[in-house]
Write a protein that binds this ligand. Sequence first.
Ligand code: ACO
Length: 398
Amino acid sequence: NDLKQVSTAQGPLATYDPGFMNTAACRSAITYIDGDAGILEYRGYPIDQLAASATHLEVAYLLLKGELPNADQLASWEHTVNTHRFVHENVGNFIRSYRHDAHPMAKMMAAVASMQTFYPSSRRLDDPEAREMNIVRLIAKIPTMAAWSYRHSIGRHYVYPNDELGYVDNFLAMLFQSQQRVYQADPRVSRAMEILFILHADHEQNCSTNAVRAVASAGNDVYTSAGAGIGALFGPLHGGANEAVLKMLREIGSVDRVPEFVEGVKNGKARLMGFGHRVYKNYDPRARIIKKACDDVFEVTGVNPLLEIAVELERIALEDEYFVKRRLYPNVDFYSGLIYEALKFPPEMFTVLFAVPRTAGWAAQWLEGVTDPEQKIMRPKQVYTGHRERDFVPVEAR
Ligand code: ACO
C-alpha cells in the first residue's frame, strides 16, 4: 500500500511511505496490538482483564514502570499522584484569559505546554528523579486543567482538587460540583469512567503518541511533548470520531431508518462512523468492553434512545457482505460518545476525556523514548517534487 523505493536528493534509496504505514520508528515494550486477532495488551496484560479489575492509576503505573504495583507501591503511587493535583493559580488565570467559547482542548494544550515554565527541572532529561517527578505532576494535574478548561467554558467557578477522592471521582467532582451541592458520583458511573480511562490509556504508535515521541526525540521535556500530543489528538481524524458517531445516530433518528442508512453507506453516500480501524481488522476489543459499560451507565441515567439505533446498526453491519468483506467492525468510538452524552458532557469535551487518560500512555512512551540509547532524533526523508537550480529574478523583472 503506497510503499515505493525511491531515490532522494541526499542519497540513492529511501522508502516512500506516506503516513508511515509500514515504518517502525521506535522500539517499544509498552503496548501490544494484534489487529487481525483483535488483541490489545498493556505490558502483556490483556485489556479486558485490566478493565475488569484494575484502576486507572494502577494501569498508569504499569505502563510507566512495566510491572503491576504491589499493595504498598500502589498506595504510595496513589498518594503521590493525588497530592500533586493542585495547579498553580497562574495556570488558572491563564485558562481564564481565553474567550469563553474557546475549545477546551485548545485551552488544555496551551496549559499543559505552559507547565514547563513552572517546572524547569523537567528539562533535565538525564536526571531520573526529575523525570519521574514531572511525569507525576503531569498525570496528577491534567484532570485539574481539563476540568478548569470545561468550567471556564460554562462560566462557572473552578473546583479545587479534593485529596479525599480517588483520581476519577475527583475529576468528576471538579467537573460537576456546584456551590450548593457536594457532587458524589454514583459508583456505577465512576467505575464506567474508570474503565473508559483504562481503555484509552495507551494505543502504541498512534498519531498523537508519534507526535509525543517526535518532539521528545529532539530532547524535549514531558510537558512540551504532551502538549504536542494534545495538538495531534485535537484533529478530527484522531480524537473526534465519537462525536461524529452521535451526529450520525441523530441523523438516522429511528431504528426503522437504519437499513436505508446502511444502503447509503454501501453506495458511498456516507461512512459508518465508529466502524473500521487502521489497525483492527476484527472487533476492536475496547468496543466490546465499552458496550457493556453503556449498560451500567444507562442503569443510572436512563437509556439513551440512540443506543437502540447503534445496536441495530451493528447488528445489520455485522451480517452484511459489504462490511464483512472489508473487515469493518465497531471501534472504540462507536459506543463511547453515548456514555459521555448520557453523563451530560457537551461534545467538545469528548476529546478532552480521551486526552486525560491518554496522558499516562504519552508519559510512558516519552520516558521509553528519552531513555532508549538507540533512539535518534526523528527526521524522515522526503521525496522532493519542486523546482531545481533556478536563477533569482529581481522583483522589477518578474
Ligand atoms: N464505513 C464504510 N466504509 C468504510 C468504512 C466505514 N466506516 N471504513 C472503511 N470503509 C471502506 C472504504 O470505503 C474502503 O472500501 P473500498 O475498498 O471499496 O474502497 C475500505 O473499507 C478500506 O477503507 P480505508 O479507508 O482504506 O481504511 P483505512 O484503514 O485507511 O481507514 C478508518 C480506517 C479511517 C478508521 C476508516 O475505517 C474510517 O473512516 N472509519 C470511520 C471513522 C472512525 O470511526 N474513526 C475512528 C477510528 S478509531 C480512533 O482513531 C480512536
